[in-house]
Design a protein around this ligand. Sequence first.
Ligand SMILES: [Zn+2]
Length: 572
Amino acid sequence: MARILITSALPYINGVKHLGNLVGSQLPADVYARYMRARGHEVLFICATDEHGTPAELAAARTGETVADYCARLWGVQKALADGFRLSFDHYGRSSSPQNHRLTQHFAGRLADAGLISEVTEKQIYSPADGRFLPDRYIEGTCPNCGYPRARGDQCENCTKQLDPTDLIEPRSAISGSTDLEVRETSHLYLRQSLMRDRLRAWIDTKTDWPVLSTSIARKWLDDGEGLQDRSITRDLDWGIPVRRGDEPWPGMEGKVFYVWFDAPIEYIGATAEWADANGLGETAWRRWWREDEGAGDVTYVEFMGKDNVPFHTLSFPATILGSGEPWKLVDYIKSFNYLNYEGGKFSTSEGRGIFMDQALETLPSDTWRWWLMANVPEGSDANFTWESFQAQVNKDLADVLGNFVSRVTKFAAARFGEAVPAGGAYGPAEAAVIADLTARIAAYEGFMDAMELRKAAQELRAIWVVGNEYLQAAAPWTAIKTDEGRAAAITRFSFNLIRLYASLSRPFLPDAADAMLAALGLTDADWPTDVAAALEVLPAGQGFTVPPVLFAKIDDARAAELAARFAGRQG
Ligand SMILES: [Zn+2]
């Protein structure tokens, strides 16, 4: 039994995420976590909301809530959606937790002790009317490039030109509208990442098993002169983790908070501490996942994320860990994803284009989304959601193959033998051939899952369902029963065992359908099949069953067209 720590990239707090976000980290991480648990490994699966920074402050200002209230509410919204998609986190934490406060302050103190933090004085815009420094995106004005009147201090969203607040014509505070702005000096802490370049390169060089997508992005940032610059880790904001040097105050840093990019990845550790506290476990319970000197020496740590997050996880977070000089666990494997597009374009929050997690769950069962997203997970290249493809895969893979198999077996048996697995007859050459075929296919399926080749794993799982359908069609118990009732009983009994086997194998992808299949057989769980022949003998004659409701409803053309129109967006 192995110990596997799995983290999914942290979703930012300001709003509901779309299906492209879901398939870019949380969903594939869940499929992998469920599989590894089913194989008997000790798994800890961690995620959390990323709650600091100016977008959270601005979103709270728009709703009129305090930023703390806003984050607490949105955490609840995101947690409920994660539950709706059956994401099996052991803990869904918050980067604003007291545990993350302590850890972030601890790491900053260690980095300072190691000479990896410097203090830099810089000039920033201050608003006397607001009584605070204004971050770039809190300053609005007219774009010098295109004349757009509401350009932000970091970028004009009309012409996309990158800006400096001092470029803006007639700059004003985005909070109060005050034009009384002045330039004042302020000092910030910088993480001297440039001093870490050689250590990071040596570490990346050991990662020969990582996908090229991950290592090539890391190397580009390492070697590019711009890539690994010293970087500010503090901000003049109210909302965030107060700057302290471990347990001590940090002279000169009063009233400042850590910059969100610094504290967010530390929340992987913070959320593990939250998990221990929430379950009444002690410090040692979470430290044995993270400290190599306290039991984490045998932990395999896998991170799931979109490709845009790779630089932070290959360089910035490891710089914090390595720079601390303490034996914290570094990531062993990074599984990164390309993007999911929607009907040939991008998902757009501002234009309401594409499907968001709340809308998806209001429209169709979570298993149908899980299946399409994982069968098309953007591993090798970007993927494209179309309603045509979604309709075809739900109808063909789920309704016609898996759902139809379960329906035919249970309905036939109930009509001809009554609601118990029939006795009589014996397995013969046809069943032996299925066992041989499934043994090879399940080995292939496990190989893809172990290697995190999830798209290929989904294809193999579908092929495993097809084996059962083809067997049932050829063995034809409805014909056999006319001449040989024992033979028909054996075919039916074997098919019931296939339903149980399919529930076990499908559970990482289709947890609700797997539960429904098991419930129809009067079961709540099924072991992973390590010996296929033995697994297909488990359900005995006489075991009661019920005919389950339709597992997967088909999506007809009219419904598919209606959904495509509904999600086309305001511009569509
Ligand atoms: Zn512009």
